[in-house]
Ligand binder design. Structure first.
Ligand SMILES: [Zn+2]
Length: 148
């Protein structure tokens, strides 16, 4: 499968997830405003629902960042720059691209950047984590995070 097909597939997948999450969020917001006018609220339920909603909001933001990075990658593909390291201009290892389809850095440059950027230990949102080798990098929202 070529990279363009993979990028478009991944984009469609993420867009579907975002749409689904947005629907869920708007649905639960409506439910909440209904509940606010009711007197028989169960505080415990409300608290856990609020927590779930906040978690969904956070995930939604990560997915939106992921989508942004995919759009960038598609643009780079159109410009003939896809698979070329943004920093040193060397070709990125195809195995690395397989694992992190929207990466813009080769392994070496990603590692160098990692010295300056320490990502938050967010839970993974894509299959990239599951596919990452032990000690290898995986991507959340375009940042190369090292599994330590
Ligand atoms: Zn590089």
């Amino acid at each position: 499968m070529d990279y363009l097909t993979k990028l478009n597939d991944k984009k469609a997948e993420i867009q579907k997830i975002i749409q689904h999450k947005q629907e869920l969020l708007s649905h639960s917001l409506m439910e909440t405003s209904d509940e606010l006018s009711a007197y028989d609220q169960h505080p415990a339920d409300t608290a856990s629902e609020t927590y779930e909603r906040e978690k969904d909001h956070g995930l939604l933001e990560l997915y939106e960042l992921e989508l942004e990075k995919l759009n960038d990658a598609l643009e780079r593909y159109q410009d003939g720059k896809y698979g070329i390291c943004d920093t040193c201009g060397e070709p990125i290892d195809p195995k690395r691209l397989e694992r992190m389809i929207n990466t813009t850095l080769c392994y070496k440059c990603a590692q160098a950047r990692q010295d300056h950027f320490r990502g938050p230990a967010e839970e993974d949102i894509t299959a990239d984590h599951a596919m990452a080798d032990r000690g290898e990098a995986f991507t959340i929202a375009g940042y190369d995070i090292y599994d330590e």
